[in-house]
Design a protein around this ligand. Structure first.
Ligand SMILES: Nc1nc2c([nH]c(=O)n2[C@H]2C[C@H](O)[C@@H](COP(=O)(O)OP(=O)(O)OP(=O)(O)O)O2)c(=O)[nH]1
Length: 128
């Protein structure tokens, strides 16, 4: 299971990150996050990953469950939370690129297959 975050800034933009090499889907744009470790709660995993990957701090009550995506074997579950409150400025900690993207532009990015339906849902949710 993987937890990921749609970080939304005050202008309604989404933070997207590239996957660094040599990870799978390297160079593609994803939601920040990572694998949930054994015994870890999904929201706690995401709080940990956001600190490790971007140097931002948040708490589980600021992570709103939004949607999920499954691979064809249903062996990977990608949980997407939305988050509007954190402290610190997102800064790449693992060599990834980051950018703030307007919802209308998010599907223009090259992203892993599980992310596309989630990105479409977030776009539709955020667009006026
Ligand atoms: N974090 C994240 N992973 C995603 C997304 N979309 C997607 O298919 N994945 C997949 C890629 C990986 O197979 C898995 C998560 O792996 P990861 O490499 O980000 O997790 P991690 O940081 O805990 O990995 P690790 O290097 O410690 O093993 O989920 C996404 O938007 N965000």
């Amino acid at each position: 299971m993987v937890s990921a975050a749609g970080l939304i800034d005050r202008d309604g933009r989404l933070l997207m990150c590239t996957r660094p090499a040599p990870k799978d889907w390297a160079g593609m744009w994803e939601f920040p996050g990572g694998k949930v470790e054994a015994g870890e709660r999904p929201a706690d995993a995401l709080v940990r990953e956001l600190k490790e990957e971007l140097g931002v701090e948040t708490v589980d009550t600021c992570l709103a469950p939004f949607s999920f995506s499954l691979d064809p074997n249903q062996s990977l579950i990608l949980l997407l939370f939305l988050c509007r409150k954190w402290s610190g400025t997102p800064t790449p900690q693992e060599g990834q690129k980051i950018k703030w993207v307007l919802p209308k532009d998010v599907l223009d990015l090259d992203m892993p297959p599980l992310d596309r339906p989630l990105a479409a849902q977030v776009r539709d949710y955020l667009l006026p």
